[in-house]
Ligand binder design. Structure first.
Ligand code: ADP
Ligand code: MG
Length: 456
């Protein structure tokens, strides 16, 4: 009875607010009591509770009254994760409940998931149910769900783009996992474009057979971080044929990139136009409320209830991307556990303040130059010499880039550190590496590795 009532309330509310808001806030809610003139609604976390009290209370009251119920008070109570309170009817896809997420993984399951991962590249950790929807990713989420429900028919290819750490991989993987659940016989392959490039080059170099077949004999091909195919003409040509073979037979193709097809540099025209055939959607950084919901939900998945001001502090201070937000939260939880303190706002302030200010302080220009030289197994004096050999030039450019990015040195100063008089070389070097990092994953990895060594 109460269940039916709540379903009808939800039905009306769904029509009056954005889809994003509805999925973010009304998923996992339930009317659990209606007696003594008080209606009690269970919500999944304290952040939702506050949203309901300040934002949705009047609306819920109005809809209840329409249904002949005029309580004196509506209260919102946080249901902890132990009980199953999920009202599944409002969820369009199969949900993993919090219980399931928290349950220890059995050895069989672990084996099953790692073997799926081996073959398909899918990671069961990424699902629709643990993806928080807000206005920044609502369209992408909806399109991904549509593709998961009817692969190969709608939005083909589906092209997701946006900056790092905003959930592209998560959503594409969720599509793959969902299709695999609905149809265990579906052949799904997830790869990064880097892997595609690497395997393609190996197949040519070592005359390996089977490369084309591997990618053309699938029902769903998911290619992550397509930007790394930029500038690689032969690989693009191969991918073009793969694309056509799949598309002609109504196989689903899902692609992600950091930019829309038209902005990926040196992408051949014909591949670009293929990418624009289907649907391209961008993902942005979630707004403040969604960031709060992400922090709140992720903390409660770890069994921790964070105070509202702590949640808001994290959401307010980490606006770069969701991965960093998640990282800051994990750091806070780990630190609090290790020290046996509460993960509250003052702990968070201490930690985040530290992360922000500590880095450049203990690194010197000399360390950057030495570590870069050592990383490439050359001598420091070579990197600082006028030599133009390629195996010295690139490390030198990377050292210059790091002097700029880590220490914000001026260009004349950078030139000076490397024994150069002319600072235009420093400008060119820094620009060159900045560009290379975007296009060339080898360079990007080298730089990341040196950075890690600097702060180790
Ligand atoms: P991208 O591929 O765009 O760089 P990822 O998909 O790897 O980003 O996301 C980075 C991290 O943030 C992942 O751990 C992912 O699960 C998480 N994440 C991103 N967006 C969301 C979201 N809306 N809800 C929950 N987790 C998210
Ligand atoms: Mg990614």
């Amino acid at each position: 009875m109460q269940h039916a009532l709540w379903q009808s309330v939800l039905g009306e509310i769904e029509l009056s607010i954005s889809h994003a808001a509805f999925t973010t806030w009304f998923k996992n809610t339930e009317l659990i009591d209606n007696s003594n003139n008080v209606v009690t609604i269970a919500v999944p976390n304290i952040f939702a509770k506050r949203q309901f009290e300040v934002k949705f209370n009047d609306q819920i009251r109005a809809v209840l009254e329409k249904n002949g119920i005029s309580p004196e008070r509506i209260t919102y109570t946080v249901r902890t994760t132990g009980k199953k309170t999920v009202s599944r009817e409002i969820i369009t896809t199969r949900e993993t409940s919090v219980d399931e997420l928290l349950a220890p993984v059995s050895p069989q399951e672990r084996q099953a998931s790692s073997s799926t991962m081996g073959v398909s590249g899918l990671n069961p950790r990424y699902t629709f149910s643990n993806f928080i929807v807000g206005s920044s990713n609502d369209l992408a989420y909806t399109a991904c769900q549509a593709v998961a429900a009817n692969p190969g028919t709608k939005y083909n290819p589906l092209f997701l783009y946006g900056g790092v750490g905003l959930g592209k991989t998560h959503l594409m993987q969720a599509v793959g996992n969902e299709i695999a659940t609905n149809d265990p016989s579906a052949r799904i392959l997830y790869i990064s474009s880097e892997t595609f490039v690497k395997e393609f080059l190996e197949s040519i170099r070592f005359k390996k057979k089977g490369f084309s077949d591997k990618y053309r004999n699938v029902d769903v091909l998911i290619v992550d971080d397509m930007q790394f195919i930029a500038g690689k003409e032969k690989t693009q040509e191969e991918f073009f044929h793969t694309f056509n073979a799949l598309h002609q037979t109504n196989k689903q193709i899902i692609i992600s990139s950091d930019k829309p097809p038209k902005s990926i540099p040196t992408l051949t025209e014909r591949l670009r136009s293929r990418f624009e055939w289907g649907m391209s959607i961008d993902i942005q950084m979630p707004d403040f409320e969604t960031r709060c919901a992400i922090v709140e939900t992720k903390a409660s998945l770890s069994g921790i209830e964070l105070g509202r001001e702590t949640i808001e502090y994290l959401a307010n201070n980490i606006k770069t991307n969701v991965r960093e937000l998640e990282g800051a939260l994990n750091q806070l939880l780990a630190y609090a556990e290790m020290r046996g303190v509460t993960p509250d706002i003052s702990t968070a302030e201490g930690l985040i303040g530290n992360v922000r200010h500590s880095r450049p302080q203990h690194v010197t220009p000399k360390q950057i130059i030495d570590k870069t030289a050592r990383h490439f197994q050359i001598e420091t004096k070579e990197i600082c010499s006028p030599k133009r050999d390629k195996h010295i030039v690139v490390p030198r450019q990377i050292a210059m880039y790091l002097l700029r990015s880590e220490l914000h040195l001026s260009f004349p100063k950078i030139a000076g550190e490397l024994g150069r008089k002319d600072h235009t070389t420093a400008i060119h070097s820094v620009e060159k590496i900045e560009k290379a990092i975007k296009l060339d994953f080898m360079i990007r990895e080298q730089v990341a590795e040196i950075r890690e060594k600097l702060y180790a």
